[in-house]
Design a protein around this ligand. Structure first.
Ligand code: ADP
Ligand code: ADP
Length: 232
């Protein structure tokens, strides 16, 4: 359902050219939790940002659910992106908005009526376990709670795919564990495909079905986690 064919990415900022991805071929199945692991600078963020076209590929094809993402016009891309949620290491919450208002944000942009938004937001708040904190501001929340808001916001439009860019890297081990459990539950309950990048092996071992190891802009190993890293 997600397919990258011969994808190359070169950043060209008149001063310097950086080859971030060389020749990426990757296929991720519907409903999978797919991990991408590698050192800093390996190309992980670039790879994940190509899937929702936050970056354009220099060459190659990017397919998501039968649509060629790098060929969509702006309107079609906007709609396709609603089906791809994303969560971040530093949460990217709006500090002037409460939990409820942060989660409502993508639904407001999508143009749903207020009653529908209120209902959906309440469901999401319950799903991520923040009912007691619904009217708090981000500055009043712990890191784990902030990431729960990030997850709820990413799920607001019922995405088919969730992209996770080092979502647990800023969290302590116990909070990491609880966020990974939540992602696992979301994958199981809703069948959402999750693609997560991390530099931490234990994250991959805990929840991923398959993994790609990326180094210097290339996939150097790929397969089921147990085959690539052996049993725990
Ligand atoms: P990480 O290694 O955690 O991905 P980086 O510090 O490499 O974080 O990148 C942080 C941000 O800066 C990203 O949005 C990335 O696209 C951008 N970035 C990274 N390297 C460069 C660069 N050489 N020139 C311009 N922007 C860059
Ligand atoms: P990772 O996520 O694995 O840390 P990135 O995809 O952020 O790797 O970066 C891969 C390479 O591309 C690095 O050399 C980084 O400096 C470079 N890079 C990332 N973003 C940019 C950018 N916006 N402009 C120029 N170079 C970038």
């Amino acid at each position: 359902m997600i397919k990258l064919n011969n994808v190359q990415k070169i950043y060209d900022n008149n001063k310097q050219r950086v080859t971030a991805l060389k020749n990426i071929n990757l296929e991720i199945k519907s409903g999978e939790i797919y991990g991408i692991i590698g050192y800093s600078g390996a190309g992980k963020s670039t790879l994940i940002r190509l899937i929702n076209m936050l970056e354009n590929p220099t060459a190659g094809e990017i397919w998501v659910n039968g649509q060629r993402m790098d060929r969509l016009n702006n309107e079609k891309l906007r709609l396709a992106r609603q089906k791809i949620g994303m969560i971040f290491q530093n949460f990217n919450l709006l500090s002037s908005r409460t939990v409820r208002q942060n989660i409502a944000f993508p639904l407001e942009i999508a143009g749903y009526p207020k009653e529908k938004i209120d209902k959906r937001v309440s469901e999401l708040i319950k799903l991520v376990g923040l009912t007691e904190r619904a009217d708090a501001y981000p500055s009043e929340l712990s890191g784990g709670q902030k990431q729960r808001v990030g997850i709820a916001r990413a799920l607001a439009n019922n995405p088919e795919v969730l992209l996770s860019d080092e979502a647990t890297s800023a969290l302590d081990p116990k909070t990491t564990e609880s966020i990974l459990n939540l992602l696992w539950e979301i994958n199981r309950k809703f069948g959402i495909t999750i693609i997560l990048i991390t530099h931490e092996m234990h994250v991959i071992k805990k929840i991923c079905h398959r993994v790609a190891v990326i180094d210097g802009g290339e996939i150097v190993e790929e397969g089921p986690v147990t085959e690539v890293f052996g049993n725990p």
